[in-house]
Design a protein. Structure first.
Length: 143
């Protein structure tokens, strides 16, 4: 009986499952790594937003318009929750991230403040959907 290694968990294999070398890209691994990179970025983004709220960076929070205050709080809390969920590679993390990113995109586009930030969010979401689609087509055996 083959002894499971730590590599099996990283490669998303069950203990003792035969390796399928040469079958192409492991899209499950690509998706997990992508979710962790995006999760780390969104967690840092949320912590930066929190630092802006408490006054470490930028203008005083109380001097902002009410809509900007609401967006700052929503984004900070949502980014931190989504970042943790993405890092854990759980489905609710991806859903939270997509909802928060789309909310931030709508706010950015409605105010005309940062269309580049909105574009980056949309491209990241589309890449996530692409990697998830490719992972689904790979034909993993369901337990």
């Amino acid at each position: 009986m083959k002894r499971p290694s730590n590599d099996d968990a990283i490669r998303l294999r069950a203990p003792g499952e035969e390796t399928r070398e040469g079958e192409g890209i492991d899209w499950g691994l690509v998706r997990a790594v992508y979710m962790r990179i995006i999760g780390l970025a969104w967690l840092v983004k949320g912590l930066y937003g929190g630092a802006k709220i408490i006054g470490v960076f930028g203008p005083v929070f109380g001097s902002l318009e009410t809509s900007e205050q609401v967006n700052a709080v929503f984004s900070t809390i949502g980014d931190c929750i989504a970042g943790v969920g993405l890092w854990l590679t759980v489905s609710w993390g991806a859903v939270t991230w997509i909802v928060v990113a789309l909310g931030e995109t709508l706010f950015d586009l409605s105010g005309g403040a940062a269309p580049i930030s909105a574009l980056v969010d949309l491209v990241a979401i589309l890449l996530y959907f692409l990697v998830t689609f490719l992972r689904g087509r790979q034909g993993y055996d369901r337990l």
